[in-house]
Write a protein that binds this ligand. Structure first.
Ligand code: PCA
Length: 224
């Protein structure tokens, strides 16, 4: 039997940053075989207008057994496995199309919240077992990552086959934090200790953590 693939999505850069570690990790995982499953990587636009359709379209095109979406959470120090998406779009900064949602719904008639359908606890335990810091998180925020998780979970409910969907936020890369330190010093408007977004993790460790997450999903969804 041919297995269905695992879809890994990674958001493009946003917020004036030149790099998104989520996008870099996705590219490194694309076309790999992990735990016997083909991994397909896709970049996602930081654009409210492209959701929810983009999620439904990807399920239709690829028919994956699992979707793990990746995004950056600036200041996060560890692999952050999201448990829940909420039906709120409220942006601190505009998306890449210049749209700034305020107090909106993601989906007009949608549920207030949807739970990740990935084996989040098993993923966290396995990542920790490998020596990589990882936490379970009860908020993916109210920006595009939350919208992405909400959209995939909703599209999965309408898909003709079961699809497990979830989201992982990742830290900055060390080189991004080095640039932030230089910029903060040059701007001289904040003291370094006033900023709380200097945590980072190497791309190698981020990719390793996602590999482990994929393996755990495959073990929990053996029939697909
Ligand atoms: N992080 C943002 C959107 C894109 C990304 O990588 C978020 O946390 O919503």
């Amino acid at each position: 039997m041919k297995h269905r693939p695992v879809l890994i999505t990674g958001f493009e850069p946003y917020g004036g940053r030149g790099t998104n570690p989520a996008h870099e990790a996705m590219k490194l995982l694309h076309r790999r075989t992990i735990a016997g499953r083909q991994v397909v990587g896709r970049g996602l636009p930081v654009s409210f207008g492209r959701f929810p359709d983009i999620a439904a379209d990807l399920l239709h095109e690829l028919d994956p057994s699992a979707v793990i979406s990746l995004g950056l959470w600036p200041g996060e120090s560890m692999i952050r496995i999201e448990r829940i998406a909420v039906n709120i779009a409220d942006f601190g900064i505009p998306d890449n199309e210049g749209v700034r949602a305020v107090d909106q719904l993601v989906e007009a008639d949608g549920a207030a919240a949807l739970m990740s359908t990935l084996p989040v606890r098993a993923m966290q335990s396995a990542i920790l077992q490998d020596g990589i810091p990882a936490s379970l998180s009860a908020t993916a925020g109210t920006y595009l990552c939350n919208i992405c998780l909400y959209s995939f979970l909703q599209a999965a409910q309408r898909h003709h086959q079961p699809v497990a969907c979830g989201f992982i936020h990742v830290p900055y890369l060390p080189e991004q934090v080095a640039d932030l330190l230089v910029a903060t010093r040059e701007q001289a408007s904040l003291e370094l200790h006033q900023r709380c977004d200097f945590a980072s993790m190497s791309l190698e460790r981020i990719v390793r953590a996602v590999e482990i997450a994929i393996s755990q999903c495959v073990h929990e969804i053996p029939t697909n």
